[in-house]
Structure formats: C-alpha cells, structure tokens
Design a protein around this ligand. Structure first.
Ligand code: PHE
Length: 439
C-alpha cells in the first residue's frame, strides 16, 4: 500500500512545528527561564537549539523521509539489520510515558479554560489562586474528565489519518495559535512597567550561568523540539519527496524558538508589571497569570485567549505523540497474521493513554517520574543512539549519494556526519555524566 504523505510542504512544517510547539514552550520554558536567571538561560537555550536542534531535527526527518517508515521499520531499513530494533521500542516507550503526564497537564489547561470561560477567577488573589490550583489538580474525578477529553480529541484526529486529520488540524490550529500569541504580546507590552519584565528576560546575567543551567537548557531543548523519540521520524516518513530537509529543519526550529521567546515576552512583562516573582515555578502560568488577568482590563478575554492558546499548543503536540504509537503498531503488525488497521490501532492507543492518565492522576510519583525520566534521560538517550546510527550510516556511498542528489554538497554530508557521530554524542554524554554527579 502506498504511504500517505502530507499534501504540501507547509503541511509538514505546520505539523512538525505543531508537535514542537506545546506546553514545553508556553508552560515550561518561562518558568525554567524565570528560575534560572531569565536572559542568561535564554542565551544558553539558544546555543543548545543551534548545536542540537537543527542537526537532530534534520537527522530525524531524514530517517523518516529516506525510509518512508515509522521508527519500527526505519532503523532496520537504515542499518540493514535488526540490531537496532530495540531503539524503536525505546521510542514508543518514551512516547507512551510522555503521553501519560502530558495529557494530565493538558487537562489542567482545559479545566482552566472552562473556568476562564465562565469567569471563574473573578476576585481571586494570588494566594487563593495558589490554593485553587492545588485543589483543582487534586480533584481526581474532575481531572479525570478534563484529561480524558484531550485524549478523545487527539484520538479523533488520529482516526482521520494524515491529510484529513493531522494536516488539516495543524493548518487550522497553528495560524490560530500564532495570531493569539501576537494579540497577547501587543496587549502585554502596553501594560505599564512591562519594560522591566522585558529587561529581566533579555538581559543576560552571566553570574547565573552554572553547569546545572546547561542541563536544564539541554533537557528543555530536546523536550521542546520533540527530539529523540521518533515523532519527527514518523512525520518525516510522510514528508513530500521534493521538500528540502535542511530548510524544513531550520523552519521548524525557528517557529518553535519564536513561540518560546514570545511566551517569555508575554509572561515576564505581565509578571513584573504586577509585582510578582518570576521564579514562581510550574505554577507560574496557572497561578500568577490568572491573577494578572484579573487586574487587567478585558480580563475575561485575556484569560480565555491565554488558556485557549495553551490548549491548542498542547493538542497539536499530543497528536504527534499518538501518531508515533499508532504508526508503530500498524507497522509492527503489518507482516503478522493479524495486521491491525489504523482505526484499531487508534483504539488501542486510546486505551493505553487512558490507563496512563489514570495512573498519573492517582500517583503523583508516576507523574514526576515520567516527566523527569522522559525529558532528561530517555529523549537524550534516544537522540544519542539515533545520532550514532545515522552518523555512521552516512559514511556509506549510497547514503551520501542520496543526500547529494537532494542538494547536499559533499562537504555538507561530511560535516553532518561528523556532527552526528562525534559532536552530538559527546555533548549528550557530557551532560549525562554531569547529571550522575561524576564531576
Ligand atoms: N515538544 C512538545 C512541547 O514542547 C512536547 C513533545 C515532546 C511533543 C515529544 C511530542 C513529542 O510541549
């Protein structure tokens, strides 16, 4: 059967950017930057994006585009043997674990959106909002409803496959997301005192740069760009043949970084102009922002727009997470006696997602373990292994010829292969060793 593909270049760009742009940009990035010195963090983050982001996205898209397979078959096709099969299992495992906690945070966004819609934060101070956040997130039945809702929305998109599902949704939601962001940026920059927030975010205080900031920045870079667990391999397998790998990678990186940057531009000026602490942690957008909206004119609209923004960003990411597992199941069963079609796979993955969501809701530990384990260990590990595999594969004449044909000069292939073989693994290992406190 012919593999479905995105109908246009922009389809792939919006889908991949939709995967990358998510809670990582709007919820996580501002609070991690806030805790790690604002501008200083931004600078290191940008360095990570250039060193890891561009080559690794290009690598994953290349794996998918070249093999026209999801991680299940792609590593085998590339290496010519089954020795790398476990790497595909690592990818699905990571995708499944991310789904567990990601749907829960998406549930918080949906729940906050519903409250913003009915004006539920009216008259609440930051203290009451902090208590409110604890109470809402601890309300298991409510959270169950609000977390399963995004699971069902995501399943519905997966059900309609690539063109009618993923591509159509990305083309609808991504422009909406960018528009809402622009409105919010203009709105916030008009607030009195917003400039001190902007200064905090843009001024690099080098005394704040410690080795730990590097680890945080690297983990954030992998998570935010959806690198190291096969999302982009899967999307790459639906990439139009005529699309350029290098251009697509740079475009996705720019979009993702722009959104993270704009999230900072929205959040810090608002935080500063109302005298809050930028290092508020994970609650930053759920506690400080509703409090700020309450003090602004057009408070209802600001709250609704912001949580809508979060919800949209989250959904385009969960769509890509689910696609990794759906495509994997389809391919893994294709040659067995019971091949599963897309719709059956979607039902299975929906079931798995619901079970994990329930687990994360009932066990706070599961939530934290999944969150830490995936971003800080499994994704860098996946990226490290893929990088070594592809780096060595590129030294084969047939692979180099393929890239030459696609417009890569021979020196570019050499440089790409060198970066994948040595630079990326060395940097990731360095960060790992540091994380294990070996120096
Ligand atoms: N990149 C997404 C974000 O920033 C998270 C994600 C990771 C999505 C891995 C898909 C795969 O929120």
């Amino acid at each position: 059967m012919k593999r479905e593909a995105f109908s246009s270049k922009i389809g792939l760009i919006l889908a991949a950017a939709g995967s990358a742009v998510g809670l990582g940009n709007i919820w996580k990035f501002p609070y991690i930057a806030g805790e790690n010195g604002g501008g200083a963090f931004l600078l290191i983050y940008l360095a990570c994006v250039i060193v890891f982001g561009v080559p690794l996205i290009m690598m994953e898209l290349y794996i998918g585009k070249r093999s026209r397979k999801s991680p299940y078959g792609a590593f085998r096709a590339l290496s010519g043997s089954g020795r790398w099969q476990w790497l595909s299992w690592l990818c699905v495992l990571t995708a499944v674990l991310i789904m567990g906690f990601y749907f829960v945070v998406t549930g918080w966004c949906f729940s906050y959106l519903s409250e913003a819609l009915i004006g539920g934060f009216r008259g609440m101070s930051t203290d009451t909002l902090a208590e409110h956040f604890t109470a809402v997130t601890a309300n298991t039945p409510r959270m169950l409803v609000f977390s399963i809702l995004p699971v069902l929305v995501t399943s519905a998109v997966a059900w309609f496959a690539i063109n009618k599902g993923i591509e159509r949704m990305s083309k609808l939601l991504m422009p909406m997301l960018l528009l809402i962001m622009l409105i919010m940026v203009i709105r916030v920059l008009m607030l009195e005192g917003s400039m001190s927030g902007l200064r905090f975010f843009l001024h690099a205080d080098f005394s704040k740069i410690t080795p730990d900031v590097f680890i945080q920045a690297m983990g954030q870079c992998f998570f935010s760009l959806s690198i190291g667990m096969g999302t982009l391999v899967t999307y790459g397998s639906y990439m139009p043949q005529e699309q350029s790998l290098s251009q697509a990678s740079v475009q996705v990186v720019i979009l993702d970084t722009l959104v993270a940057f704009l999230a900072g531009v929205i959040i810090f000026p608002a935080v500063f102009s109302f005298g809050f602490n930028p290092a508020e942690g994970p609650q930053l957008v759920f506690v400080v922002l509703p409090a700020i909206f309450e003090q602004m004119s057009f408070s209802w609209l600001s709250g609704v727009l912001f949580f809508l923004l979060l919800g949209i960003a989250a959904i385009t990411s969960t769509i890509s997470l689910m696609e990794v597992v759906v495509a994997f199941i389809g391919e893994a069963t294709a040659t067995t006696r019971h091949p599963l079609n897309r719709r059956t796979s979607v039902c299975i993955v929906t079931g798995i997602a619901v079970v994990l969501v329930v687990l994360c809701l009932l066990q706070q530990t599961a939530f934290s373990v999944f969150e830490q384990l995936t971003a800080n260990y499994l994704m860098p590990l996946g990226a490290l292994c893929m990088s070594v595999l592809v780096g060595w594969t590129l030294s084969r004449p047939d692979e180099a010829a393929y890239l030459n044909e696609k417009g890569f000069q021979p020196w570019m292939v050499k440089a790409f292969s060198f970066v994948l073989r040595w630079v990326v693994p060395a940097m990731i290992l360095l960060v790992f060793l540091h994380g294990l406190n070996l120096f």
